[in-house]
Design a protein around this ligand. Sequence first.
Ligand code: FE2
Length: 185
Amino acid sequence: MASTQIKVDVQTGELSGDKIGGVTRTVDDLKGLFRDEAARQALDPHTVVYRTQEFAPVPAGQEGGLFWGTTFLEPGRVGDEYFMTKGHHHTQRSRAEFYLTVTGSGALILMDEKRHTVFAPMRPGTLHYIPGNTAHRVANTGDTVLAFLACWPSDSGHNYEIIASHGFSARLRDVGGVPTLVEEP
Ligand SMILES: [Fe+2]
């Protein structure tokens, strides 16, 4: 069997090689994500909030394979909320994931099936195991790019719709300079 290889710059998280895809999300793409919609609209809509890279050595949905990716989350705020990813469940709820932070600082926000939300600090070198059945999103609480590597099963799938419609039960907000989870009303 042929080997499949890419390069990972472990200082920056940048991936290079074949079969690398990805998406970019701007302020304009993230309507409704943040609590303060007026603050979002006041920002330049072309501002990049995050960019992803994804290495998919097998077709999406194939059982038994693995994917690898990097997310580059810019520093910034929308009102008192930090720039963050949309957040998702895995379509196959049981599927877990690893996140390894390489640059910057932030927070991994996790919500279980009972809608209990917690967060864990992310710093270079922290490796987080995200269990199955757990919604996840990342916020950049620092003032430099937060980059983290991820590895997840190729049959995980991504469900963004549940979070888009129901949100997390709490938002990570800057309260007096401290990242604080504030329960949603
Ligand atoms: Fe995931």
